[in-house]
Design a protein around this ligand. Structure first.
Ligand SMILES: Cc1cc2nc3c(=O)[nH]c(=O)nc-3n(C[C@H](O)[C@H](O)[C@H](O)COP(=O)(O)O)c2cc1C
Length: 183
């Protein structure tokens, strides 16, 4: 009888969810984008408020316009074949709660893309670029986009490790403690 996979083995697919910034010209299946948006909208949110709305973008002209508006953070949109923008209410009093909810939805989309054999990456829309991106997406007053998830089929180069083995994250003993700080 074979040994069952260890807990570490079972969560390994999550460790493989990395930022992808370069994509091939192969189009993305629209059903994959729908599945990613569904994974995101099923995220938990503070008070189940679901403050997000998601705009699925496939028009190359819009993708490249957002790329240009938000450089250098939006460099992944130079080759992305699609993207999903997370739209949030612009309510300064709820900024932390909305950012937390946004992060959960964003991570779910990265995980969903990975499960679908796609690559995805966060493109952070800096504050000066937000009015242009809002106009491109036709957002109403009182909404903003801070995160756009670039999506596509990763290039061979972007599949390769970006750093030497063991160097992509801080050493485990510096980050994970037992019972007490630095325990
Ligand atoms: C809140 C947040 C904002 C980020 N903004 C950008 C961004 O604007 N452009 C980008 O290329 N990557 C962005 N990233 C991706 C990080 O640079 C990346 O996750 C980090 O370097 C670790 O690399 P890895 O995800 O491949 O392990 C962002 C990540 C987070 C969590």
């Amino acid at each position: 009888m074979s040994t069952p996979p260890s807990p570490a083995d079972r969560v390994r697919p999550l460790l493989r969810v990395r930022q992808v910034r370069a994509f091939t010209p192969t189009p993305v299946d629209p059903a994959a984008l729908d599945a990613m948006a569904d994974a995101a909208r099923w995220s938990g949110s503070s008070g189940n408020a679901q403050p997000w709305r998601f705009v699925i973008i496939r028009d190359p002209a819009t993708l490249r316009a957002i790329h240009e508006a938000g450089l250098p953070q939006t460099r992944s949109l130079a080759t992305a074949q699609a993207a999903i923008a997370i739209v949030l209410p612009s309510e300064p009093g709820r900024a932390i709660s909305h950012a937390y909810d946004e992060g959960r939805a964003a991570e779910r989309m990265l995980i969903a893309a990975s499960l679908l054999g796609l690559g995805a990456g966060i493109a952070w829309i800096h504050s000066e670029a937000r009015p242009s991106v809002s106009a491109l997406l036709g957002l109403p007053e009182g909404r903003l986009v801070r995160t756009v998830i670039a999506v596509g089929h990763p290039t061979e180069a972007s599949r390769r490790p970006k750093s030497a083995p063991g160097e992509a994250r801080l050493p485990r003993q510096d980050v994970v403690f037992a019972e007490r700080w630095r325990g």
